[in-house]
Design a protein around this ligand. Structure first.
Ligand SMILES: Cc1cc2nc3c(=O)[nH]c(=O)nc-3n(C[C@H](O)[C@H](O)[C@H](O)COP(=O)(O)O)c2cc1C
Length: 208
């Protein structure tokens, strides 16, 4: 089959686009607003975009607040900082719960029963229960115009200036124990996957 996204002529029961770029890592973004209120939300339009300096991005669609921003995007742009927490199998329910659409004054960290702990380099909190935290300084926003009037995506880039890895997630040979961390990834629709010992494998690159 072939279809043109703008014509939405796929003829399927649901838009397949999100099922074609899979699995997507989940950036579980914690921020603090200018009043000191914490915020936490998952973003699967998220990825690393450069190695040195380590740089990540997440893309926030239009929100329901008056300014049509999602809280995470507004907070990053206002404070210049965010933390990206690794969403794992053990934290699946809390991750999902933290995606609820709530007013800016709601603190999803408290709501989900998670524990905020201070970061080293930024004021945004880290989530104690997550095994990895990337402390990020805001670089810039790139706007992607949506098809509908007033609809746009704020693609937020941040440089990773501090990285925490839980000591018990590092192997004796000094590697990150991904199979033990069991990160989760987003598939299409409401489907997810998880990385564990069975689903991961090693493949050497030619000539390396
Ligand atoms: C696994 C998962 C991934 C999500 N990815 C995105 C995303 O990439 N962009 C987006 O705008 N919303 C995404 N959402 C929805 C947001 O998490 C949701 O709108 C949330 O309320 C935003 O919170 P905030 O306003 O506190 O930033 C995702 C939800 C889930 C459960």
């Amino acid at each position: 089959m072939f279809y043109e996204p703008k014509k939405q002529n796929h003829g399927l029961s649901k838009n397949p686009f999100n099922s074609l770029i899979i699995p997507r890592p989940i950036g579980w973004i914690s921020t603090v607003d200018t009043n000191g209120v914490y915020n936490l939300a998952p973003y699967s339009f998220f990825n690393a975009v450069s190695y040195r300096p380590p740089t990540v991005m997440f893309s926030a669609g239009a929100g329901s607040a008056d300014d049509r921003h999602k809280d995470s995007a507004r907070n990053v742009e206002a404070t210049g900082e965010f933390v990206c927490n690794l969403a794992t199998w053990a934290l699946l329910d809390q991750m999902n719960h933290s995606s609820a659409s709530l007013p800016p004054a709601a603190d999803e960290i408290e709501l989900t029963g998670l524990t905020p702990v201070p970061a080293e380099m930024v004021k945004a909190p880290r989530i104690a229960e997550a095994p990895v935290h990337l402390e990020c300084k805001y670089l810039k926003t790139t706007l992607i115009q949506g098809w509908d009037e007033g609809d746009e995506y704020r693609v937020i880039f941040g440089e990773v200036v501090g990285i925490h890895i839980a000591d018990n997630m590092i192997t004796d040979s000094g590697l990150v124990d991904v199979a033990k961390m069991m990160p989760i990834g987003r598939l299409g629709y409401n489907d997810y996957t998880r990385v564990d010992a069975e689903s991961s494998f090693t493949l050497d690159r030619p000539g390396k």
